[in-house]
Design a binder for this molecule. Structure first.
Ligand code: MGP
Length: 222
């Protein structure tokens, strides 16, 4: 056996050297422990699905909705976010929706049926200045479970790109859960950095789906 081969086999080397003290051995073995920070992705509390909606008037609303991808780690979130267009670059009539895995981004889903949304309505100036920042902050609130004990109430969030004014909304599961909804609304407003005097309203999906005019009445306001 030549010398170079012998050096490559750590096991026999250890057992054949009874003279080595324990410090030397532990130094040798500790070299083999790799820091897990280097290769384990950071898990999120929930798995999330990102959906895209493109307005094709020849199809039904539901048929225009497409699942882009799912992720459940911080790293996979950023990989996806950095890969897709910013909301401000989308064509009018398009939406992004981020929902917990297993909840479809529509009123009809069992977890949305009795729910509603905190709605942020933006004007044309906002698109250039604030839209992308607000949407990213919304995504981070969701995946980071920012609403304390009430994060379980959150189903997802939607950004609508519209000529008449873009919209961003956080959808929650039950419009009767006043404590949860008001807490979520307050935290959300603070995270977006909205001024105190600017209010946002929460509307139930039932009211939104059956509205007759252009506005839906607010169930809560913060
Ligand atoms: P929208 O895309 O949420 O808002 O709803 P938009 O385009 O700004 O229109 P506005 O009415 O709010 O001014 C547009 C239309 O899409 C609705 O009127 C429904 O016909 C359809 N739609 C929207 N959502 C969120 C749903 C849904 O969850 N389920 C079904 N079936 N249709 C929906």
């Amino acid at each position: 056996m030549n010398q170079s081969h012998k050096m490559a086999t750590a096991e026999p080397e250890l057992s054949q050297s009874p003279s080595k003290n324990s410090e030397e051995i532990s130094e040798e073995t500790s070299l083999e422990v790799v820091n897990p920070e280097g290769y384990i992705k950071h898990p999120l509390q929930n798995k999330w699905s990102l959906w895209f909606f493109k307005n094709d008037k020849s199809k039904t609303w539901q048929a225009n909705l497409r699942l882009i991808s799912k992720f459940d780690t911080v790293e996979d979130f950023w990989a996806l976010y950095n890969h897709i267009q910013l909301s401000s670059n989308l064509m009018s009539g398009c939406d992004y929706s981020l929902f917990k895995d297993g909840i479809e981004p529509m009123w009809e889903d069992a977890r949305n049926k009795k729910g509603g949304r905190w709605l942020l309505t933006l004007n044309k100036q906002h698109r250039r200045v604030e839209l992308d920042r607000f949407w990213l902050e919304t995504l981070l609130c969701l995946i980071g479970e920012a609403f304390d004990d009430y994060s379980d109430e959150v189903c997802g969030a939607v950004v609508n790109i519209r000529t008449k004014g873009d919209k961003i909304a956080v959808w929650t599961t039950d419009f009767e859960n006043r404590d949860a909804i008001t807490h979520i609304g307050r935290v959300y407003k603070e995270r977006l950095g909205l001024p105190q005097k600017m209010t946002i309203g929460f509307q139930s999906h039932t009211d939104t789906a059956t509205k007759s005019g252009s506005t839906t009445k607010n169930k809560y306001v913060v």
